[in-house]
Design a protein around this ligand. Structure first.
Ligand code: FES
Length: 162
């Protein structure tokens, strides 16, 4: 038998947070709460496991495919287990002009993986503008933003990721 999706504490948090969310939406439009409901699940589990997607669909009175339609539109939602740290490296224009591509190559060599691949520890990927063009180049590690990056600064940040 497979492990349950949630611990009892997680189940309680999921139930309470989804119930609270639904108080803000009409009874006949529960699926309008999709984005925050997916966020609740991902915050609890670190990604959107299939069993969790089923629960979200049930609570929002919609279908599992509808949950995936929404989740797969947004890069910040993970429908596959992403690794402990998701590193989003901006390679858009301002960051590219300030060396982002070289920095990404440096990180690929350092981590031993190419952008777009995941290991248990890292999911390294290129991303679109992180709205920090004035302090390029930048990346995010999970939801922590880092800017004015240099190789030395990248080294220091990565060293802290245990
Ligand atoms: S181009 Fe990188 S933050 Fe805008």
């Amino acid at each position: 038998m497979s492990d349950p999706l949630f611990t009892s504490a997680e189940q309680k948090r999921f139930d309470e947070q989804i119930a609270e969310l639904l108080t803000h939406y009409p009874q006949d439009r529960k699926s309008a709460a999709m984005l925050p409901a997916l966020r609740v699940l991902q915050t609890l589990k670190g990604w959107l496991p299939p069993e969790g997607m089923k629960l979200v669909a049930e609570r929002l009175e919609t279908t599992v495919p509808h949950c995936y339609e929404v989740a797969t539109f947004y890069v910040m939602f993970h429908t596959e287990k992403p690794g402990k740290y998701v590193i989003d490296v901006c390679t858009n224009l301002s960051c590219a002009l300030r060396g982002a591509e070289g920095l990404l190559k440096y990180m690929e060599q350092k981590l031993g993986q190419t952008a777009g691949t995941r290991t248990e520890k890292y999911f390294l990927r290129e991303t679109e503008c992180l709205a920090s063009c004035g302090t390029a180049p930048c990346f995010q590690v999970n939801e922590d933003h880092h800017e004015n990056l240099t190789r030395e600064k990248v080294d220091r940040i990565l060293e802290k990721l245990t």
